[in-house]
Design a protein around this ligand. Structure first.
Ligand SMILES: [Zn+2]
Length: 702
C-alpha cells in the first residue's frame, strides 16, 4: 500500500480560489527538490531541520504549507533573506472566510498545518534555503490497521520508541508540486537507525550522534521518514542490500523476513525488470502500519508477528517498488497499482501453491464483492484512488485483480507476462493508467481488447450470469445464457461438461444480454456448469456463498447479544466488539434481541445454538466438533459464521470460556474475513475453514 498521493490530493481538493478575484488565481509555490537535514531531539519530541532545493515562485504574493508547530528561523530565495508571515494567525488572514484581505483571494487551510506567506520580487525557479524546528507528538495508542479496516492514521511522532514522520505531518514544506526529488541527511542517536526512501548513501558517527544519508534516484510524491533503536540483519545481493530493521524483542523473526525479501526481489527482477534501488529494508513500527515506500516497507509490530505476513503482504509491498513507486499511477485516470500488486503478489502466490488455492482465492474475491459492495457504494475502477474501507478495497484491489486475470485468460499467459516487462521498460519513471496497460496487452498478444475499458474500468457493477433451457439431444447440448445485470458485457464464458468420460471444458463468447448456444459434446455427457472455477468477475448467487466472517462483518451495523446482558459475558462481548472496531456498543439479551435486515448479529455463548450452527457443528459438554475436528472449549475459543437469525441475514456465534482473550480476538477476526469458522487457543489462531456448499444455480443436470 502506498499513501502519499491520497494525502496530496486531499491537500489540493481543499484549495479554494475565489472566482471573484480579478487577479490571476493564486496557487501555492511549487517545490522541485528537497535536500533535507533532520536532527532528532528525542527528549523534546521535536526535530530541527534545514532544507534546500529548487522552488518556483511568482512575483508578489506566494504561500506554502508546513507543520503547524513549525517555527521558521530562516527563509531565503537566491541567498536573499525573506520575511515570512504565519498567515493562519495573522491579521492578513480571516480564518472564517479564508480570505487574505489585501489580495482578495481565498485559501482554505489544511488541518494541522500552518500557511506561510511571503512576497517575492521576481518570478521563476530559484534555489531556496530554510531552517526550522517542529514538534511531533501524535498519540499512537489506539491506532488500528487491518485488511478490512483502515483506522486513524498517525501523521508524525517522536519518542524514545522511535521517530515517524509521514508526508501528512508536513515535516517538510509543501506547495502544489506533484512529484519531487528527495535527499535526506538524518542526525539521530548513536544507537538508532534511520530509513527513508530510495538509496542508502553514506553513514558516519560524529560527536556521539549517527549520521545517515538517503537519496531517491526517482521522483516521488512524498517522503516518509522513520528512525528507531533497531537491531539490524542484512545481506548484499549483486548491487542491492536487503535488510531487516526490527526491535530487539522481535529479532528472532528477522532471518525469515530477510530470506523471504531476497526471494521476492529475485522473483520480480525476472517477472518485470531490475530492482530500481540499491537497498530494500523491512522496518518494524511501534504502532500499526502497513505501508510500502520506495526501497522499504514499514510494518507494525502486531502485523510483523502475524505468521502469514511473510507469505502475503511482504511480497505485495516488495512488488510496489515496481508498480507504484517506480512506474507511477496517473491518479486522474484511476489507480491500477493495487490491482497489479495483488495480481503479481497475493494471487500469484496462490497460483504457485495450486490451482485449487487460486480458484478459492478468486471465489473469495467474488464473495467479498457481494458481502461488501452494493448499489449504494459501488463505483467504477476508474474512480479508485486508495483504500479507505472494505468496499473501496474490494473494488480497487480485487475487482482490479480480476480484470488482470480475465485479460490473462483471454490473451494467454505468455503475451500477458511479456506485457508486464514491456510496459515497465517503456514507462518506468512515468505515470500510466489502464489505457497504457491495455495497449501493451494488445501489442504483446496481437489481440484487440476494446471491451475492457468500457465495461470493467469505466462502469460500476458486474454481470450476473444465468443458464436456462439446457437440454441434451445425443451429443448436442443447447442452453441459453442471460446476464441479469442487462449491462451488456463481452465475456469469454467457461462451460464445463461432465460425464462418464470425465471433464470437457470449453468457452463461449457472450456479448449479448441473452443468447442461445448449441454445442457438440462428448458422448455420455450428464451435466454442465457455467464458470465452475470462478474465472469471471461476476455477481455470485446467494446459494454460491457459504457464510463467512467477511459477510457478517460486511454489515455496517453489528448487533450483539448474550444470555444475560448484566453478566460479565456482556462486558467481554463489548470488548470483542471494540476490538472489531465498533463504537456505541449495545449488548442485548438473546431472548428479547431485536433484529433488522440492515444489521448482522453476533452472539457470545448462547445457551442454544441457532439452527444454522446446529447443522454445521456438534457441541456436547463443552466439546465442539467442526468438520470432524474436535476442540475443547476449556482451551479454545470458537468463532462461527452463519446465515439468518430473525431479520438479520448473517449471524456469528462465539463460544469461549477464555473471556480475557476476546478483545484481542476481536482485533484479529477481521484478518480472517474469508473463513466460515475460526478456532483460537488464547489469542492464537489454530484452525480455520469454510463450510462446504454443494448447490449452484449455474450447475445443470442434462
Ligand atoms: Zn498495495
Amino acid at each position: 500500500m502506498k499513501i502519499y498521493t491520497r494525502l496530496m490530493l486531499a491537500a489540493f481538493s481543499l484549495l479554494l480560489i475565489t472566482s471573484c478575484s480579478k487577479k490571476a488565481p493564486v496557487e501555492p509555490v511549487e517545490f522541485y527538490s528537497h535536500n533535507m537535514f533532520i536532527k532528532l531531539d528525542v527528549e523534546n519530541q521535536s526535530a530541527t531541520f534545514s532544507d534546500k532545493g529548487l522552488i518556483e515562485v511568482n512575483k508578489g504574493f506566494n504561500y506554502f504549507y508546513i507543520n503547524e508547530t513549525a517555527n521558521i528561523s530562516k527563509f531565503q530565495i537566491k541567498t536573499k533573506d525573506y520575511d515570512i508571515y504565519y498567515l493562519s494567525d495573522s491579521t492578513y488572514f480571516d480564518a472564517d472566510t479564508f480570505k487574505i484581505d489585501s489580495l482578495n483571494i481565498a485559501i482554505e487551510p489544511i488541518p494541522k498545518t500552518t500557511l506561510i506567506g511571503f512576497n517575492c520580487d521576481t518570478t521563476g525557479k530559484f534555489a531556496y534555503f530554510m531552517t526550522y524546528d517542529a514538534t511531533f507528538d501524535d498519540d499512537v495508542e489506539d491506532v488500528r490497521f487491518s485488511n478490512e479496516n483502515v483506522g486513524r492514521e498517525v501523521d508524525g511522532t517522536i519518542s524514545e520508541k522511535g521517530a515517524y514522520l509521514s508526508p501528512s505531518s508536513y515535516f517538510y514544506p509543501q506547495g502544489k508540486e506533484d512529484t519531487i526529488n528527495f535527499k535526506v541527511l538524518a542526525n539521530i542517536p548513536l544507537s538508532w537507525q534511520s530509513v527513508a526512501d530510495g538509496n542508502r548513501k553514506k553513514e558516519y558517527d560524529e560527536n556521539g550522534r549517527r549520521n545517515q544519508t538517503w537519496e531517491n534516484p526517482l521522483v516521488n510524491d512524498g517522503l516518509m521518514f522513520m528512525a528507531a533503536p533497531y537491531v539490524v540483519l542484512d545481506t548484499t545481493i549483486d548491487y542491492y542490500r536487503v535488510a531487516c530493521y526490527f526491535f530487539a524483542e522481535d529479532s528472532s523473526l528477522m532471518r525469515d523476513y530477510l530470506t523471504a525479501s531476497v526471494d521476492y526481489i529475485d522473483m520480480y527482477n525476472d517477472m518485470i525488470g531490475p530492482y530500481p534501488y540499491n537497498s530494500f529494508i523491512v522496518a518494524e513500527n511501534f504502532f500499526p502500519t502497513g505501508y510500502g515506500m520506495p526501497g522499504w516497507t514499514l510494518l507494525g509490530q502486531q502485523v510483523i508477528r502475524l505468521p502469514f505476513i511473510k507469505s502475503t503482504s511482504l511480497g505485495h509491498e516488495v512488488l510496489h517498488n515496481w508498480w507504484g513507486n517506480s512506474m507511477f499511477v496517473d491518479y486522474e485516470r484511476g489507480n491500477w497499482c493495487e490491482a497489479a500488486a495483488v495480481y503479481g503478489a497475493d494471487y500469484h502466490y496462490k497460483l504457485q501453491q495450486s490451482d485449487d488455492a487460486a480458484k478459492a482465492y478468486r471465489k473469495d474475491i467474488l464473495k467479498q464483492y457481494v458481502s461488501y459492495v452494493n448499489d449504494g457504494n459501488d463505483f467504477p475502477l476508474r474512480e479508485f484512488t486508495s483504500r479507505t474501507s472494505a468496499d473501496t478495497r474490494t473494488i480497487g484491489y480485487n475487482k482490479g485483480m480480476m480484470v488482470y486475470h480475465m485479460i490473462e485468460e483471454e490473451i494467454g499467459s505468455e503475451p500477458f507476462w511479456q506485457a508486464w516487462k514491456n510496459i515497465y521498460k517503456e514507462y518506468v519513471k512515468q505515470r500510466v493508467s489502464w489505457e497504457e496497460w491495455i495497449d501493451h496487452f494488445e501489442r504483446a498478444s496481437g489481440e484487440m481488447l476494446p471491451h475492457v475499458i468500457p465495461q470493467w474500468i469505466d462502469r460500476a457493477g458486474a454481470p450476473q450470469i444465468a443458464v436456462s433451457q439446457a437440454k441434451r439431444t445425443g451429443t448436442v447440448v443447447s442452453f441459453t445464457l442471460s446476464d441479469l445485470s442487462k449491462d451488456e458485457y463481452t465475456l469469454q464464458v467457461p462451460v464445463r461438461f461432465t460425464g462418464g468420460y470425465g471433464v470437457y471444458d470449453t468457452t463461449v463468447n457472450f456479448d449479448k444480454t441473452e443468447f442461445t448456444y448449441q454445442l457438440g459434446v462428448p458422448e455420455g455427457t450428464l451435466a454442465m456448469e457455467i464458470d465452475p472455477d470462478y474465472n469471471l468477475f461476476r455477481k455470485l448467487y446467494d446459494d454460491e456463498v457459504e457464510p463467512i466472517v467477511a459477510a457478517v462483518l460486511g454489515y455496517e451495523n453489528h448487533l450483539y447479544a448474550v444470555n444475560d446482558n448484566k453478566s460479565m459475558e456482556a462486558d467481554y462481548l463489548a470488548k470483542f466488539a471494540s476490538g472489531v472496531g465498533d463504537e456505541d456498543i449495545n449488548i442485548m439479551n438473546i431472548v428479547s434481541a431485536k433484529t433488522d435486515s440492515t444489521s448482522s448479529i453476533i452472539f457470545l455463548n448462547p445457551s442454544d445454538l441457532p439452527d444454522f450452527f446446529n447443522e454445521k457443528v456438534d457441541e456436547v459438554d463443552g466439546i465442539v466438533n467442526i468438520n470432524g475436528e474436535v476442540f475443547d472449549l476449556n482451551e479454545h475459543t470458537v468463532v462461527l459464521s452463519g446465515s439468518e437469525f430473525g431479520d438479520c441475514k448473517k449471524s456469528m456465534v462465539i463460544l469461549s470460556k477464555n473471556l480475557e482473550s476476546l478483545e484481542r480476538i476481536g482485533q484479529l477476526v477481521p484478518h480472517y474475513g474469508k473463513y466460515s469458522y475460526l478456532v483460537f487457543k488464547g489469542a492464537r489462531n489454530v484452525a480455520k475453514g469454510q463450510w462446504e456448499i454443494t448447490e449452484s444455480p449455474l450447475r445443470v443436470v442434462l
